[in-house]
Structure formats: C-alpha cells, structure tokens
Design a protein around this ligand. Structure first.
Ligand code: URA
Length: 175
C-alpha cells in the first residue's frame, strides 16, 4: 500500500497513511482521509480532530487509541483537504476491504458522512443516521459525526457524539 499509485492523490501526498493499531482490535475506527498532520506524520487522526476524538472515546467507551485499529476510507491526503471523489474512494476500496479482512473487527465506528456512506451505504445524511446500529454478519457498526464537525460546531456536536459513543459502548458490553 505504501507505494500505491492507483490514483492521482499519489502525486501530491507525502506519505500513504495506512492505519494504526493492533490487528486483533475489536473496534475499527474509519475516517475520511488524512489531513495535513497525518500526511506529514504517516498515521491517522494524529491532528486536532484526532485529539478530540480519542479524548471522547476514552471518556465514553474507556478505550485508548492503541486498543483500536484506526484507518481512513482514502489513504492519501486530498489537496487542500477536499472531500475525496467517488472515483478515489472506489479506487482505494480494495485496501480498506483487505484491512477489514485482516483485522476482522466485531465493531466499526465511522466518523463523518464519507466514511459512513462508504461502509454502510446509506444515502441520507449523518444527521439522520448517526447512532443507528448497522449489522452485517458478525459485525455491528455505528456512524457518528466527524470530529472536525465537532471542532467547528462546538459543544452540541460533542454531546451528540458522546451519545453515539454510548451506543457502541453498550454494544461492546453486551457482545
Ligand atoms: N480526518 C480524517 O478523516 N482522517 C484523519 O486521519 C485525519 C483527519
């Protein structure tokens, strides 16, 4: 994956941001695409939105970053952090599928619409589907807001994310 040139994002990226965490993780966290900090550092969610998200995860679910497998739908930073195109998402999908196969998580949390739609294939917006439970075989998944929206939207989005994280916590407790 680290030498992938399947799409044009390879021309402008610094690093392919593959993912982080143990392949034995029960929970997989999927975001949209690397931002500037991740492109420079080579790991997912190490910038401001990651800091916020992992603080919330610790408080609401009791898990640390190191206990989860963390990745993105698209592994290379889109220029100026634009949303990845449907073509880029499809071109990168085999890498995500391989990660899902290898980690085989029991639970998936998606952050934001791009990740939620890519994994759960819903058509509506995150406002309608956040906190709902999607089931596929042995996997249970919950979409929530992207932490960048919480950084922009302030305390009300944070509160909604806390509620969605509570859904995942209860699923993990009862599994
Ligand atoms: N936003 C994302 O969606 N993923 C990251 O890794 C960082 C910011």
């Amino acid at each position: 994956m680290s030498t992938c040139v399947r799409c044009g994002l390879s021309a402008t990226r610094q690093r392919v941001v593959i993912g982080s965490g143990p392949l034995t993780a029960r929970l997989m966290i999927v975001g949209e695409a690397p931002g500037r900090t991740e492109d420079e550092g080579g790991a997912p969610f190490i910038g401001p939105s990651g800091k916020l998200f992992f603080a919330l995860l610790q408080e609401e679910v009791g898990l640390t970053r190191e206990e989860c497998y963390v990745t993105n739908v698209v592994k290379c930073r889109p220029p100026a952090n634009r949303t990845p195109t449907p073509k880029e998402i499809e071109t990168c999908r085999p890498w995500l599928i391989e990660q899902l196969d290898r980690v085989s998580p029991r639970f998936i949390l998606t952050l934001g619409n791009t990740a939620g739609r890519a994994i759960f294939a819903y058509q509506s917006g995150i406002g309608q589907v956040h906190g709902h439970v999607y089931r596929s075989g042995k996997i249970q998944g919950v979409p929530t807001y992207h932490p960048a929206a919480a950084l922009r939207g302030g305390p009300s989005v944070v509160d909604v994310m806390r509620g969605d994280l509570g859904v995942i916590r209860r699923l993990m407790e009862t599994a």
